[in-house]
Design a protein. Structure first.
Length: 119
């Protein structure tokens, strides 16, 4: 008696595909999909993060050098204004300037955010 079941067709053609072959094709399809949806975006994210970290480090070093320059400027170019009991004042001034810059940056951060980041 002939086989009454319809022939199984492969997604890649009209030939009859065996069950092990279909399982292998499904596995290949799943692996390809997994790579497309996870590995490729992670590679893009890695590059984005690398530039972000490098930029943050350079900005931090720049702010640190500016603060140190301001401190040395206040200590050396103000004469005897910050001498003796007032030797702590340049440190307080630089600290206040850094806090003001941080507050300004924090408040401006919301202005430059994209709508996608607000979610």
């Amino acid at each position: 008696m002939p086989d009454a079941s319809p022939p199984r067709l492969s997604p890649f053609g009209n030939r009859r595909a065996s069950l092990p072959q279909l399982v292998l094709e499904l596995r290949d399809l799943i692996v390809t999909y997994f790579k497309q949806e996870t590995v490729v975006p992670l590679k893009r994210l890695r590059r984005y993060l690398a530039f972000g970290v490098v930029g943050s480090v350079l900005m931090g070093v720049g702010v640190l050098l500016l603060a140190l320059g301001l401190l040395r400027l206040l200590q050396s170019k103000t004469g005897s204004t910050f001498a003796g009991d007032w030797s702590w004042a340049p440190y307080l001034i630089v600290f206040a300037a850094l806090m003001a810059g941080a507050a300004l940056t924090w408040s401006a951060r919301r202005t430059f955010r994209s709508p996608k980041e607000d979610r």
